[in-house]
Design a protein around this ligand. Structure first.
Ligand code: SAH
Ligand code: SF4
Length: 411
């Protein structure tokens, strides 16, 4: 079957837009990159190393954006930094809070690209859903992001910036003084306490395919995991891929976070249709790469995401085949069943609740965990994979194209 759909858009690699005032934004840079910036600004190697370490800590551990707040840097030296550098944040276009506590932000880059992030609070954790690209090149047929033509990789600063902004919004930077400040010590300040925060987990499940922006995602997550900065454990970070097989081993080795795989179908025909990257890297290849994923074991299982599409991938037979595949490849796995979240122009419908329940039971009966993910933030269209929906008004041409595709797919 010829599957309708537009030609894959290509991400536009782009140099960081220089600021009009000529200053360099340090957000997203590693300690070494900050050191290199300080050296090119004229500091000698020893000074640059020391100041980079201090700035890194203020920037990522304390959430400071003003050099004047960096109390262990001599007052007289602070203007030197402020004249040459800034510590930025993504621009917030819109911030929404759902009745269930889910929050969604629409963000804008310096070159006017919009992307989103979502925060989902739960009883025992708070998960930030982070975007890796503006749009996505992969055109999964149930995913709204895949219909966006404009695609650009997000920079490490834009990826880390999402986490920083969430910490800002949740008011989660440690307060109080740090030891070893050489001036402006304030003995009355509250003691520093990093505990009890809401943002505990990160999932790379927003807009985009993280493994098609590998270097920036890796560099950003390294900054997020750095123990002297944001210090999120790799066990609390999950990267979701639609199945970019050649990059999966590197993801395990160079990033080492939990892996989620958007499987969504168990036969070649159906997966070719709904997750078109399957035509390049098939189910067998994908599951072999999962079996070889470094660090996967029973304590750290691979999550298979499975979006429930009525009459498409949700039969008892599909569920049994899923169990067979997981056993055949001896995968330490759990399955996340995701009720399909419709968007204007989508050609699928969500499976009925009874169907979802039965599908889940069959997998559970085989001893594999298969919870149904409750949709969150529906009133603000905050579901992962469905970002930017309400904020974007679709153009006439876009609506026409979707109608055309829908017609072709049904006919
Ligand atoms: N590109 C990566 C990560 C972003 S998508 C990937 O595909 O894995 C995050 C998850 O949301 C994926 O499992 C995706 O399949 C799912 N998703 C996308 N659109 C959806 C929709 N309309 N309803 C429910 N889940 C959706
Ligand atoms: Fe891209 Fe993931 Fe959406 Fe597929 S599901 S189009 S890979 S964002």
């Amino acid at each position: 079957m010829q599957i309708p759909g537009h030609i894959d858009p290509v991400p536009v690699p782009r140099a960081i837009t220089p600021r009009e005032d000529g200053r360099v934004d340090l957000l997203g840079l590693s300690r070494d990159q900050i050191r290199a910036e300080l050296e090119s600004a004229g500091l000698d190697a020893k000074q640059a190393k020391l100041r980079a370490k201090q700035i890194f800590h203020w920037l990522y551990h304390r959430g400071v954006t003003d050099f004047d707040a960096m109390t262990d840097i001599a007052k007289a030296q602070r203007p030197f930094f402020a004249e040459r550098f800034v510590i930025g944040r993504p621009q917030v276009v819109e911030a929404q809070v759902s009745s269930d506590g889910t929050r969604k932000w629409l963000l804008r880059s310096d070159d006017g690209q919009d992307y989103e992030m979502v925060f989902i609070p739960d009883a025992d954790r708070g998960t930030l859903c982070v975007s890796s690209q503006v749009g996505c090149t992969l055109n999964c047929r149930f995913c709204h992001t895949g219909t966006m033509r404009l695609v650009r990789n997000l920079t490490p600063g834009e990826i880390v910036g999402q986490v920083m902004l969430a910490r800002d919004a949740l008011g989660e930077w440690p307060k109080g003084t740090m030891a070893a400040s050489d001036e402006d010590e304030d003995d009355d300040a509250p003691q520093y306490s990093p505990d009890g925060r809401m943002l505990t987990n990160i999932v790379m499940m927003g807009m985009g395919e993280p493994l098609y922006n590998f270097d920036n995602v890796r560099d950003a997550l390294k900054v997020v995991m750095d123990g002297d900065g944001l210090a999120l454990s790799k066990r609390r970070i999950t990267l979701s891929t639609s199945g970019v097989v050649p990059m999966m081993a590197r993801a395990g080795e160079e990033i080492g976070v939990n892996l989620a795989v958007s499987l969504h179908a168990v036969t070649k025909d159906v997966r070719d249709e709904i997750v078109p990257i399957n035509r390049k890297y098939g189910i067998e290849e994908l599951l072999s790469a999962c079996a070889a994923y470094p660090g996967a074991n029973n304590a750290r299982r691979i999550t298979f995401e499975y979006v429930m599409l009525a009459g498409k991938n949700d039969s008892d037979e599909d569920a049994r085949e899923l169990v067979r595949l997981i056993r055949h490849y001896k995968l330490p796995a759990k399955v996340n069943l995701i009720p399909f979240n419709p968007w204007p122009g989508a050609i699928y419908e969500c499976s009925s609740p009874e169907r979802v329940r039965r599908f889940s039971e069959i997998i559970f009966e085989a001893g594999i965990s298969a919870p149904v993910r409750t949709p969150r933030g529906r009133d603000i269209a905050a579901a992962c994979g469905q970002l930017k929906t309400q904020a974007t008004k679709m153009s006439r041409a876009e609506l026409d194209r979707l109608a055309e595709e829908k017609q072709a797919a049904l006919g």
